[in-house]
Design a protein. Structure first.
Length: 255
């Protein structure tokens, strides 16, 4: 995913980033490409907790991480680290993953590793930041008793959290904790046969009544991943507004 950069600042920040990061470790300057991204930045800069929801490919996770990294690397920032959480739910049952908890979680890290390496324009950025304790990754299964302090907490794939998981996460919030949530209800992997339901709609309703939170919708016009993604989402919306077609009647069986 690419985001426009200021033409006068094509390369990177020249100053030392702090937090033990040396001169050779520079954060890319990222600027909002859409109105939703601009709204996200504006709300973030005045200290709102955020819930970003809507279309795939709109940069919800990417832009949240870009803002979070910039903030924790600022001199004098009250936030010392980024905590990333997501559900371990998947769209297909593939059995239990082998290994210890830390080894199991490795299967879910590549998306955040890719974004981080892109933001710092180097292939080892994620591992370096993890080693320095500036970013941590975990799942929602092991949260009881924890308190998030001096941290920016990114909760991703919220559509795959039930309400109790959302409630557990938000009630971990301690001093100097800023929370950024993102999700797309259309991508939920929680199915009825699991007796589990996404808690996203109910949770958003609760957050909408909290002055410290701002909910920001990302619509098809905010898609930045690629033209194909935008074309597909728009076509999908158009199809959903028409009379459903029984796809079985249109399958061609090859001899």
């Amino acid at each position: 995913m690419s985001f426009k950069q200021n033409p006068d600042q094509k390369h990177h920040q020249k100053k030392n980033l702090g937090r033990g990061i040396d001169q050779g470790f520079k954060l890319k300057r990222v600027f909002p490409m859409t109105q939703a991204q601009q709204d996200t930045q504006d709300a973030f800069l005045v200290g709102h907790n955020l819930f970003l929801y809507g279309c795939a490919g709109t940069g919800k996770t990417y832009y949240s991480l870009a803002l979070a990294y910039k903030e924790i690397l600022k001199q004098g920032s009250p936030y010392k680290r980024i905590l990333i959480f997501r559900s371990a739910v998947q769209g297909r049952e593939i059995g239990f993953l082998p290994g210890k908890q830390s080894e199991k979680l490795l299967a879910y890290e590549p998306a955040y590793q890719q974004i981080t390496n892109d933001l710092f324009s180097r292939g080892d950025a994620w591992e370096i930041l993890k080693a320095k304790g500036l970013v941590e990754f975990g799942c929602t299964s092991f949260l009881r008793g924890l308190t998030f302090t001096d941290a920016i907490v990114l909760v991703d794939e919220c559509e795959n959290l039930n309400y109790e998981e959302c409630r557990t996460l938000i009630t971990r919030s301690g001093e100097n904790c800023l929370m950024l949530w993102s999700g797309d209800i259309l991508q939920s992997d929680l199915f009825r046969h699991r007796n589990d339901y996404t808690g996203m709609p109910r949770f958003m309703d609760v957050l909408s009544r909290m002055p410290s939170y701002q909910l920001i919708e990302f619509v098809p016009d905010d898609i930045v991943r690629s033209g194909v993604v935008k074309e597909f989402i728009l076509s999908e919306i158009a199809c959903s507004q028409e009379t459903p077609i029984n796809i079985v009647d249109h399958v061609i069986i090859a001899a």
